[in-house]
Write a protein that binds this ligand. Structure first.
Ligand code: SAM
Length: 87
């Protein structure tokens, strides 16, 4: 496991693994879409994205749920958005 300390918008800007299987979003809600944009080119098909308190981030929900987003996305449990990267 690797821990990157600091602002995710900086620490995730480079040196990502070739393939990412899972992304947990639980930092600043307003940054969910920005963090996703930084890593989504490395998300493998079938990768899961779990976003806690996603209702506080309407921009993120709109991005994930739009028909051509490239994700299957649905609300799950209590205020969690569960998404899967499509092929
Ligand atoms: C809801 S808490 C996370 C709690 C954590 N998942 C846990 O279970 O202990 C949100 C955290 O995101 C951090 N955070 C906010 N913006 C961030 C950013 N741009 N980069 C990295 N961390 C950030 C905050 O400092 C805070 O510690």
């Amino acid at each position: 496991m690797e821990i990157r300390e600091g602002d995710a918008l900086e620490t995730l800007r480079s040196g990502l693994p070739e393939q990412i299987d899972i992304l947990l979003l639980d930092g600043a809600k307003s940054l969910y879409a920005d963090v996703l944009r930084l890593v989504e080119h490395r998300l493998r098909p079938g990768a899961l994205i779990i976003a806690d308190n996603a209702d506080y981030c309407p921009e993120y929900l709109a991005l994930m749920r739009k028909p051509d987003s490239g994700y299957l996305s649905l609300p799950f449990a209590d205020d969690v958005e569960l998404s899967m990267k499509c092929g």
